[in-house]
Design a protein around this ligand. Structure first.
Ligand code: GUN
Ligand code: ZN
Length: 449
């Protein structure tokens, strides 16, 4: 067993419904086989477990691993294409890059960059938009398995209005998806997600084949885009007369508890009610919504309707993998909405970046650092002398320290990341120390006699 020591913050009780930040300045978490088996003050746990190895994480903040509920694997190299609305950005930045993933050698290189980008940002769990090519999605699952990330992903499918190379047919979409799911769904930490790109690029026959794939893969997730941009929404309305956007998926039985829809910047009340009724979740992607000028997400309307919301980076329209940045951008936009906005305290930002994501993905075993949960965690420990280091050392309390982490933190400040109690070795972004080895071994037993 290993005893982790540090300033531990998490949100086991939802701060949107009366819960508060749980913060312990010198906590101990005892981890056995990846699971937290005891927690309390470090002194108390050390007293009871004098023999266990200690991993000393004092001098920073220990948080649950981040959960990114919407991020695109083939878009790592497309990050930073600014100045365009959605449809232009897709045409000029994202789709030409996505075509390159037909080459499996190229796809393997991008898979390495993608998984490493998530890990460096402290993301331990992600719902990932895969690629349009089965070989590339296979490379993604293989890389996630090699590194150990918790990944839910699938083959992205479309059959119209995209470059020819990205198109498939309903039968092929079903067959390739099923083969990938048989190879990866439920294997290690991987799970399969049925992934039509968006209704604009998917006809009814293709969406129907997605519905049958979902039925053929028990426990599979569903993800797609919805209500992101005014031109996109108007085009979908023309393509599906008489339907609202959510209907285009719902009438193929794609919307339920295991569905996560990205953006939803411009929902109708009827759609919000149906999302809540079905138990589906929305991935809020604040840097993407701002970068593409898609609009300002109404968190208040979602919460009032009872729709589950978590954070997504939406790389590559989003501006990086860092969920601290997404949290800060969410905060900014709610501030700008004035009376229409949902005020967000640091505890709520942490919840959106961790427990809310775990709940959206149905992963009850992660999201906070309670006894019984798996030890998926990040250690934010900025280099000495950086502004975040100064801020953390001078914070009046743990909630203030957490707000500073959202205001100032970046992947450079993530020192180490663990999944199931095991350190991820791809994390070295910040020039911080390598993952700390157990530092306080019990003293060698005195020779007897
Ligand atoms: N809608 C369809 N495809 C995409 C995509 O790649 N990014 C975003 N932000 N929206 C989309
Ligand atoms: Zn997206």
């Amino acid at each position: 067993m290993t005893l982790f020591r540090g300033t531990v913050l998490d949100t086991p009780d939802d701060p949107f419904t009366g819960g508060a930040l749980r913060a312990e300045a010198d906590a101990g978490l005892l981890v056995r086989a990846g699971v937290i088996v005891e927690r309390g003050s470090f002194a108390e746990l050390r007293g009871r477990h004098a023999e266990e190895d200690v991993v000393d994480l004092t001098g920073g903040l220990v948080l649950p691993g981040f959960v990114d509920t919407h991020v695109h694997f083939p878009q790592v190299r497309a990050i930073g294409g600014l100045g365009m609305p959605l449809m232009d950005w897709l045409e000029r930045c994202a789709l030409p890059e996505e075509v390159r993933l037909a080459d499996e050698h190229y796809a393997r290189a991008v898979a390495g960059e993608f998984i490493s980008g998530l890990a460096q940002a402290g993301t331990t769990t992600a719902l990932v938009f895969g690629a349009h090519f089965a070989g590339a999605v296979d490379a993604l699952f293989a890389e996630a398995a090699r590194v150990g990330l918790r990944l839910t992903s699938g083959l992205v499918v479309s059959d119209r209005l995209l470059p020819e190379e990205l198109l498939t047919t309903p039968q092929r979409a079903h067959d390739e998806g099923l083969a990938l799911a048989r190879r990866w769904h439920g294997v290690g930490r991987n799970r399969y997600a049925v992934t039509p790109r968006f209704s604009l690029s998917c006809g009814d026959a293709l969406l129907d084949s997605c519905g049958s794939l979902q039925r053929d893969v028990p426990g599979a997730w569903f993800t797609s885009h919805i209500n992101e941009n005014a031109v996109e929404i108007a085009t979908v309305a023309e393509l599906f007369p008489g339907c609202h956007y959510l209907d285009t998926y719902d009438r193929h039985d794609l919307i339920g508890r295991r569905s996560v829809l990205a953006h939803n910047v411009h929902p109708t009340d009827e759609e919000l009610q149906l999302l809540a009724h079905r138990g589906a979740s929305v991935a809020h992607c604040p840097t993407s919504n701002a970068a593409l000028g898609s609009g300002i997400f109404s968190l208040k309307r979602h919460l009032a309707s009872g729709v589950r919301v978590a954070l997504g980076s939406d790389v590559g329209a989003g501006t990086g993998f860092c969920l601290l940045k997404e949290g800060l951008q969410a905060y900014f936009l709610q501030q700008l909405l004035g009376g229409e906005g949902q005020q967000l305290a640091a505890a709520q930002l942490l919840h959106l970046a961790t427990a809310a994501g775990a709940e959206a993905l149905g992963l009850e075993e992660v999201g906070d650092l309670n006894v019984g949960k798996r030890f998926d965690a990040v250690w934010i420990r900025p280099r000495p002398g950086t502004t975040l280091d100064v801020g953390l050392r001078n914070a009046a309390g743990t909630e203030e320290a957490l707000a500073k982490a959202f205001a100032l933190g970046s992947p450079a400040d993530i020192d180490s990341v663990w999944i199931d109690g095991e350190p991820l070795h791809t994390v070295s972004a910040g020039g911080g120390s390598s993952t700390p080895a157990p530092t306080h071994r019990p003293p060698a037993a005195a020779p007897v006699g």
